[in-house]
Design a binder for this molecule. Structure first.
Ligand code: FES
Length: 69
């Protein structure tokens, strides 16, 4: 399922990023591009990261990824 429509990033890609070591929104964004456009998907991405990690990461809620140009 596409979670980030700006970057066409799916929930599977986000989960894979976490399984490969990403622990923050910024790191997931760097890995698959999620939340690096308008930012509208950030909360959904954070939820997926939290579910994959088993808890909400301490810094992820406010760790907005920088928009890509
Ligand atoms: S929908 Fe993800 S950055 Fe816009």
């Amino acid at each position: 399922m596409i979670v980030c429509h700006c970057r066409s990033a799916t929930d599977r890609e986000i989960r894979r990023a976490v399984r490969e070591g990403a622990t923050s929104l910024r790191e997931v964004s760097a890995h698959c591009g999620a939340a690096s456009g308008c930012g509208g998907c950030a909360e959904a991405v954070v939820e997926i990261i939290g579910a994959e990690l088993g808890s909400v990461p301490r810094s992820v809620e406010y760790d907005r990824a920088a928009p890509q140009s």
